[in-house]
Design a protein around this ligand. Structure first.
Ligand code: C5P
Length: 398
């Protein structure tokens, strides 16, 4: 979580310096307090005013400027929770490796007691050069987190590794580094998204699930140190970084993938909206239209959650289900909790416009085995993910 955290961003002199502006914006939006220090070369690429405007704080690039706080090069790095060097040039990484302190930013890094995240961005050959690789090994060995640069076309018209990772990825990793690892050592399996049940080669039956809730849970559990397996139906979201990702389409594929995990899982969270029925047969050719009406014979899909509930007795994982309802929310969810042998069920009223399917926010009720019902307020799915994990951790300790 980056909310209320103090982050210093060090911008060094590469063309990717312009992307650091977006990084500052994302971190500030996430509630972090951000200060920016630049090297004198970085100032040639992007004006400090850009970072001052986005961060709301004075930017420092000249140690001896009369406006620079007298010992800012010591205090900044000691007051911060995290330093992010983005972009980090080969020159800057070399200076870090050798403990050089010849300007504000290098001195601050040397004096810092914060975690340091280094995001290299440079020409492919500079990156691959044995000297740079050795320097990266040196700083990693001293506890810096060094991101792998992205691959693709670089500003110098070459292809290969050397691109600054996307600001969203850097921000996500920063959040992970700043989050307490209370799920360390746990294996968490999450299912997310809808399933697609094929009718013929061009048509399928699906539902409105976006996968946002399940993906938010998978991201939050990863940030908190869990080993996460995300089994996802087809959605428009990017698989989160650092997650064991398994793409499925049908309920049957999701079932196989989920059951295969049951033996190793500590927690299974079934946020997927699994289709209850599938066409009895999938036509091999596209079904042609006819004069009359068309009837599709649907057969029952396996209830994956109920199967997991039956397995739970032996394997001892915590099992969490979701219930999307349009009426009698609590009663329906409670019945599912009992029938499917769950530890906890998260019920949401999907008839609300501001919550549920495809929304950014969710308003849920949590129902436990002992009959306790907890009403949570409307909140972003990201926050709800953490709230759910907090409650799962309490259940694990019982
Ligand atoms: O009974 P209902 O489909 O409303 O229950 C919803 C919960 O059951 C969700 O957690 C969903 O992932 C799970 N489920 C399942 N397999 C199905 C249908 C639902 O695992 N075939």
């Amino acid at each position: 979580m980056i909310k209320d955290k103090k982050i210093v961003i060090g911008v060094t002199g590469g063309i990717a310096a312009y992307k650091a502006a977006e990084l500052v914006r994302i971190l500030v939006k996430g509630g972090a307090s951000v200060r920016v220090a630049m090297t004198s070369n970085a100032v040639k690429f992007v004006a400090p005013l850009t970072f001052e405007t986005l961060s709301g704080n004075r930017v420092v690039w000249d140690m001896f400027d009369p406006f620079t706080e007298p010992i800012g090069h010591i205090t900044w790095g000691q007051e911060a929770d995290l330093l992010i060097i983005a972009p980090a040039t080969s020159n800057f990484i070399a200076k870090m490796a050798h403990g050089t302190a010849d300007d504000f930013l290098t001195s601050m890094v040397l004096a810092s007691t914060a975690k340091i995240l280094v995001c290299p961005a440079m020409n492919t050959q500079m990156y691959k050069n044995a000297a740079t690789q050795e320097n990266i090994r040196l700083i990693s060995g001293r506890g810096c987190f060094v991101m792998k640069p992205g691959e693709g076309e670089l500003a110098c018209h070459t292809e290969g590794p050397g691109r600054l990772p996307e600001p969203e990825e850097i921000a996500e990793l920063a959040g992970n580094l700043l989050t307490e690892k209370d799920l360390d050592g746990l294996k968490v399996v999450v299912t997310a998204g809808p399933t697609q049940e094929p009718v013929d080669p061009v048509r399928y039956i699906t539902n409105r699930s976006s996968g946002k809730m399940g993906y938010a849970i998978a991201r939050a559990a990863t940030a908190r140190g869990a080993a996460v397996k995300l089994i996802s139906g087809p959605v428009a979201l990017k698989p989160p970084a650092g997650i064991d990702f398994h793409q499925v389409k049908t309920a049957e594929e999701m079932r196989k993938a989920a059951l295969a995990e049951a033996g190793q899982a500590d927690v299974i969270i079934k946020a997927a909206a699994v289709s209850d029925y599938r066409p009895g047969e999938t036509a091999l050719q596209k079904i042609k239209k006819d004069e009359g009406s068309f009837t599709l014979n649907m057969i029952k899909n396996p209830d994956i959650l109920a199967e997991l509930g039956a397995l739970k007795k032996n394997d001892g994982f915590i099992l969490v289900g979701f219930a999307a309802e349009t009426e009698s929310l609590t009663a329906n969810a409670e019945e599912k909790l009992r029938k499917k042998n769950l530890d906890m069920i998260v019920a949401n009223d999907v008839s609300r416009e501001d919550s549920g399917f495809d929304a950014e926010n969710n308003k849920v009720q949590i129902i436990y085995r002992d009959g306790k019902v907890e009403d949570l307020p409307l909140m972003p799915k990201e926050s709800l993910a953490d709230q759910l994990l907090d409650r799962i951790m309490v259940l694990r300790k019982k």
